[in-house]
Design a protein around this ligand. Structure first.
Ligand code: GLN
Length: 547
């Protein structure tokens, strides 16, 4: 039976709860334990799948096809444990399940209430798979005191009460603001935040305090005293140059020891942190730098492409170089020459996206990369744009485009080389979709196999002929144009096992030009960089030697 660690936040949002949870997961693994991490989000969307990346950052997709919070990406990158649908839940999902049950008559005529019906649903969710791991880490989104978070806080209070003593602990993240005028770190907001927690029946065992300045021993004692937390369990979390230093930094501050102490685990198994030392060494001692342009739409918000930025960093680590990312807004050159915006980069990446805005710029970025021999990685929409570029400028189809844009504008303007996917095979079932289906959860989502063509660049990079990658798309490159495009050199080197859906395209006579319909970034880890990203960065390094 798992031990449970509940992670909450107070004072302000964006304190790095997800990162602290992920780093703690990694530290427990380093001590030989198995872990699973889970996110409970209080917002009312059923999942983040329908939210704009501006609202919520990237949507992280699991193997089993759930559209989840980007924190699940952190969890995977730090622990290597593949997240599942059952690791992410929101108020919206909880309420829709409760209301479905109510409509079915499952509650046998009872009045449905937040306590116990909603809280029971949350508790059931928390305990899924509790026999599978040593530690289950559950992070509650938002901050203590948020109205919508209350059912979650109440549920974890009850959950800990239902379990034998010592099986659940609470870790709370806060901020110690620094007042420059008096030169002091202030502990009052932390005290208030803990008071707020205690008023709903939760007493933290561990306090993680974010601070830009060193926390003097005296302040640590004071926080412990006023918040009723042992001094050793008041952990400092300082700003880091790289998120991948977090496991070592938290270990140095005694976080994992404090957690094991709180559970009364003694003697604690010694940690083996060699993986994280190697990761830190690669981050801190690069032997060069390459510049990569990410040509996208949501460039003001880096969280929108979180996993891509991380996967590029991992690719850099594999090659012992620093990858400098420049975010280039594709809309800037929708109607003008792309060259002034793209010259000087060692590689170009066009990420996934939705809707027509900015796509003409992305098509020009693909053209620039193809013509100038610059390494190009197109992901999802970035692959579709590369195919449209090839169709328009090489294969003699000047009106080539995607049905997605015609659907959006309600007019027929393009020859659809990328069409709306109506049917595909999942396992041994056929999945069907219509253009006017509801939007939530209806894309081709999650892990699917692809077969790679012998002798292709991708087969060489992956070192295998069958791969499994995660997907999230509604539109697909039409094989109708395959022969025409291949005759010109754009080869379809990865296909779905039934041979119907193009998964990868690559230009034959180009140093490195690959488009993939899936999202390889979701599976990359600092200690196991994804082969496509590792090789893309290698190609960028090679290109940097030419310029
Ligand atoms: N909008 C495109 C589609 O639905 C691409 C999706 C993506 O890039 N994730 O197919």
């Amino acid at each position: 039976m798992a031990r449970f660690i509940f992670i909450t936040g107070g004072v302000v949002s964006s304190l790095g709860k997800g990162l602290a949870s992920a780093a703690l997961g990694a530290l427990l693994q380093a001590r030989g334990y198995t872990v699973r991490l889970r996110k409970l989000d209080p917002y009312l969307n059923v999942d983040p799948g329908t939210m704009s990346p501006f609202e919520h950052g990237e949507v992280f997709v699991t193997d089993d096809g759930a559209e989840t919070d980007l924190d699940l990406g952190h969890y995977e990158r730090f622990t290597g444990v593949a997240a599942r649908m059952s690791d992410s839940i929101s108020s919206g999902r909880v309420y829709s399940t409760v209301l479905e049950k109510e409509r079915r008559g499952d509650y046998l005529g009872k009045t449905i209430q937040v306590i116990p019906h909603v809280t029971n649903e949350i508790k059931d969710f928390i305990s899924i798979g509790e026999d599978e791991v040593d530690f289950m880490l559950c992070e509650i989104g938002g901050t203590v005191g948020d109205i919508e978070g209350l059912p979650f806080f109440e549920a974890i209070r009850q959950f800990a009460q239902d379990k034998p003593r010592g099986q659940c602990i609470f870790m709370h993240l806060t901020l110690l603001p620094y007042l420059a005028a008096s030169g002091e770190l202030k502990t009052k907001p932390t005290q208030h935040s803990v008071k707020e927690l205690r008023s709903i029946g939760l007493a933290p065992d561990i306090l993680v305090c974010r601070s830009e300045h060193p926390i003097p021993e005296r302040e640590r004692e004071k926080i412990g005293l006023f918040c009723n937390v042992r001094k050793d369990a008041v952990i400092a979390a300082y700003d880091l140059k790289s998120i991948y230093e977090a496991p070592l930094a938290y270990h140095a501050q005694g976080l994992d020891q404090a957690v094991l102490d709180a559970f009364g685990i003694s003697p604690a198994p010694a940690p083996n942190l060699s993986v994280w030392h190697d990761v830190a060494d690669r981050i801190h001692n690069p032997e060069g730098e390459v510049r990569v342009a990410i040509v996208g739409k949501y460039t003001q918000l880096e969280d929108a492409y979180k996993s891509i930025a991380e996967a590029l960093t991992h690719g850099g680590m594999a090659n012992r170089v620093k990858v400098r990312i420049d975010w280039v807004d594709a809309e800037l050159f929708d109607r003008e020459d792309a060259a002034p915006y793209l010259e000087g980069f060692h590689a170009i990446l066009v990420p996934g996206g939705f809707g027509e805005r900015g796509t003409e710029g992305k098509i020009k970025a693909a053209q620039f990369a193809r013509e100038k021999g610059v390494p190009y990685l197109g992901i999802c929409l970035g692959m579709q744009m590369a195919v449209i570029e090839a169709a328009r400028n090489v294969a003699g189809l000047p009106t080539a485009g995607s049905e997605e844009f015609d659907h959006e504008s309600g007019s027929r303007r393009f020859e659809p080389v990328v069409y709306h996917l109506k049917e595909w095979v999942q396992g041994n079932q056929t999945v069907a979709r219509k253009a006017d289906d509801a939007k939530g959860g209806t894309m081709r989502l999650g892990a699917y196999d692809a077969n790679l063509r012998d002798g292709s660049k991708v087969a060489e990079i992956y070192g295998t002929s069958v791969i499994e990658e995660r997907h999230r798309h509604r539109y697909e490159v039409d094989t109708k144009y395959r022969e025409q495009l291949e005759a010109k050199g754009l080869c379809f080197t990865g296909m779905s096992p039934d041979g119907k859906l193009p998964e990868i395209v690559e230009w034959k006579d180009h140093p490195w030009f690959i488009g993939v319909q899936f999202h390889p970034e979701l599976k990359s880890k600092p200690f196991a960089p994804h082969p496509l990203f590792a090789d893309f960065v290698r190609a960028a390094v090679e290109n940097s030697r030419l310029v």
